[in-house]
Design a protein around this ligand. Structure first.
Ligand SMILES: [Fe+2]
Length: 261
């Protein structure tokens, strides 16, 4: 086994995390938390859907299709930015994960076809097709969860060994500029309730530096909708404290500057 291949595999320990992971810039953590929540919520929605109820079924399929669309974009960002960076300094280290991305894109296409078929199917077939879609999507989620773990342990190790936090922050900034308004809205919807307060502060702080004043106001209002009053007050307090101490641009201080693409 090559050193590169070894780095791309999960470590044998329970999580593979060590002290370094708590202090380094992390391109994966926050966005993966958002995707885990989005996938879990969608799986539960498909599990309880009343296939005989037109509106209920439509809502579930719309959420599934929104998730699959976001997952396509996420794979694209990882491939075009993160894997390119890894391959530049550790050739071969991202190849296994890249192959998994191709498999996932194929599975996403199949799920989209199944969802479309279900939507157009006669009423008498919908319960069976809805259950088949639920089961297939559950397997997809299981595979995706293992895949994301592999990235957060194996590929983060490669990134941290070969890139500084400043370089990773710059890489993340380039990824964020490639997010469409629709994609940012979806990420905001699912990331805000999924991350820790410091990670949420990093997310909001990052957007503050990237969006126009008008767009940031709309973004902030959207983000607030995902928090109860206490969580939002804590977030604003942490954000003010961060501005007060005028932290340097490093993303590593609160593990979370990255991870929104
Ligand atoms: Fe991935």
């Amino acid at each position: 086994m090559s050193a590169a291949a070894d780095l791309s595999r999960p470590r044998p320990s329970a999580t593979g995390l060590d002290r370094m992971s708590a202090t380094r810039a992390d391109l994966y953590s926050s966005i993966h938390k958002a995707l885990r929540l989005f996938m879990s919520d969608t799986l539960a929605m498909l599990g309880r859907v009343d296939a005989d109820d037109e509106a209920c079924l439509r809502d579930a399929l719309e959420q599934l299709e929104a998730l699959l669309s976001l997952l396509r974009r996420h794979i694209s960002h990882e491939t075009d930015f993160v894997h390119v960076a890894i391959e530049a300094r550790l050739p071969g280290a991202s190849s296994r994960v890249a192959d998994e991305h191709l498999d996932q894109l194929h599975s996403i296409s199949e799920l989209e076809v199944e969802a479309h078929t279900l939507r157009l199917s006669p009423l008498a077939q919908r319960r069976l097709l809805a259950h088949q879609l639920y089961l297939r999507f559950a397997l997809f989620v299981a595979d995706k969860l293992r895949h994301m773990h592999s990235e957060e342990i194996g590929l983060n190790a490669a990134l941290w060994a070969h890139y500084s936090d400043g370089e990773l922050t710059e890489l993340h900034a380039r990824m964020v500029t490639h997010m469409s308004p629709r994609e940012l809205a979806a990420v905001t919807r699912w990331l805000v309730p999924a991350v820790t307060p410091p990670e949420l502060v990093s997310f909001i702080g990052c957007m503050q530096g990237k969006l126009s004043a008008e767009a940031f106001t709309a973004f902030e209002a959207h983000a607030q909708q995902g928090c109860d009053a206490a969580r939002w007050a804590l977030t604003m307090s942490l954000l003010r404290a961060r501005h007060d101490v005028a932290e340097p641009a490093s993303a590593g201080s609160d593990r979370g500057e990255g991870g929104t693409s």
